[in-house]
Design a protein around this ligand. Structure first.
Ligand code: ZN
Length: 429
């Protein structure tokens, strides 16, 4: 059955996408494959761009962020843009990670993003990321995913930690070293990760210059009772998947843009993050390459619209008091429009009206999400992108449970609604 006509198949397709994307490098690699299958060509940021009307293009920055466009004439009419992020909380290996400790080989790791630590305990984990090595004087970068059960972060027994269900606080430096194996006193720990990577890539360990490796959960995603699904990284690969599928399956007379940023979970202040000139420079270069001027660029920005697509919080039946008393967001109750008086979300009365009208025409339900006044809540790429470009924007997301756990829970219907809404948004002239 075609996954674009059936909500269950569409969620199965999402689960496969997430299972194949353990870290942002793979999310971008898989997105690029889908773009190429649909006729998109890569533009290099360090070359001049030769563009044509009705061209389909993308740029890839550092293998963790990308922007794609189906270019139309009359650029000053503006862009319909959907933005999301490619990464999720995880642990990254520190330099010199190998530690020989009381008969175990364990690894020193650094926390990436705001995670729920306890959910990473007693899971079967492995490593994925990028390796740089030297080959005949050239530096080669390769993505690597160690596709086997490799390590785990065991809990302490309750008999030794009676406070574990009371007030025990996990110390992220002391208590969360992943363990690889048992070893003898004479074991040579130094360079173990290089040797592991060299084996994986079939190269000499001494050729390895550096690596950027993160932990990932080995358990595959699952559909639950055919109406919810459980897998890691729904925040925000759910939005990446829905917007990407909507993008490649839409024809419109207006230029549509898809942006996948990196580093949202750590504040976006990197060259691949939303707080960089990545999107603004890309849009400006389109005008320069098409022989247009900056006046037309500023006209286009005023005519443009951004959907910042990112996970939202559904009400949790075991923690109802964490949610706003009147804006109850239900799982499978429809996408949530996120609204915040403090500007943590970009939704305005104008941007909301456009999306409400779209949803009404489609016959799908939308919900409103507000934080409680005594909770800080998260933010998204929306306010950052908006304050850099001055673009009109809305924050929308699929409601989920257990955000930033190693496994999150999403709704099958909500994910399909996201695809339908994003497609309709891109189709509008
Ligand atoms: Zn997110």
């Amino acid at each position: 059955m075609n996954s674009l006509n059936n909500s269950l198949e569409f969620s199965k397709d999402l689960i496969s996408f997430i299972d194949a994307s353990p870290v942002s490098y793979f999310a971008v690699k898989n997105a690029i494959e889908i773009l190429k299958e649909n006729g998109y060509e890569e533009l290099k940021e360090n070359s001049r761009w030769d563009l044509s009307d009705y061209g389909k293009y993308f740029i890839n920055r550092d293998d963790t962020a990308l922007i794609a466009i189906n270019l139309r004439e009359d650029l000053e009419k503006g862009f319909d843009i959907i933005g999301s992020h490619t990464e999720s909380p995880t642990f990254k290996l520190k330099s010199k990670p190998e530690i020989n400790d009381t008969g175990y080989l364990k690894l020193n790791v650094e926390v990436y993003g705001g995670m729920i630590y306890s959910t990473w305990l007693d899971r079967t984990l492995s490593l994925a990321g990028k390796v740089v090595y030297e080959d005949k004087g050239n530096l080669i970068a390769k993505l690597v995913k160690i596709d086997r059960d490799l390590l785990t972060i065991p809990n302490a027994a309750i008999h030794m930690n009676r406070a574990v269900n009371k007030d025990f606080v996990i110390n992220p430096q002391d208590n969360l070293y992943p363990i690889l194996r048992t070893i003898g006193d004479d074991f040579n720990k130094d360079g173990y990760i290089q040797r592991l990577l060299a084996d994986e890539l079939g190269i000499d360990p001494l050729a390895i210059i550096d690596y950027d490796l993160s932990l990932y959960d080995r358990q595959k995603g699952s559909l639950m009772a055919d109406d919810t699904y459980q897998v890691g990284r729904i925040d925000n690969l759910g939005s990446v998947h829905a917007s990407l599928k909507a993008f490649v399956n839409t024809f419109s007379s207006r230029s549509n843009v898809l942006i996948l940023n990196d580093n949202e979970e750590i504040g976006s202040r990197t060259r691949t993050g939303a707080n960089s000139p990545f999107l603004g420079d890309f849009l400006k270069r389109l005008f320069l390459a098409c022989g247009k001027d900056m006046e037309e660029y500023y006209m286009a920005i005023e005519n443009s619209f951004l959907i910042s697509a990112d996970g939202a919080h559904a009400i949790h039946p075991n923690f109802k008091s964490f949610s706003d008393p009147t804006n109850i967001v239900k799982l499978n109750g429809g996408l949530a429009i996120k609204i915040a008086a403090n500007g943590a979300y970009t939704t305005s009365i104008e941007s909301k009206a456009r999306i409400l009208k779209l949803a009404r025409n489609l016959g799908i339900n939308l919900q409103s999400f507000h934080n409680r006044n005594d909770k800080t809540g998260g933010s998204t790429i929306g306010p950052i992108t908006q304050s850099r470009l001055g673009i009109r924007s809305i924050d929308i997301g699929e409601p989920i449970l257990a955000m930033h756990s190693i496994r999150e829970l999403g709704g099958v219907k909500d994910h399909f609604d996201a695809y339908k809404l994003y497609k309709k948004f891109y189709e509008e002239d």
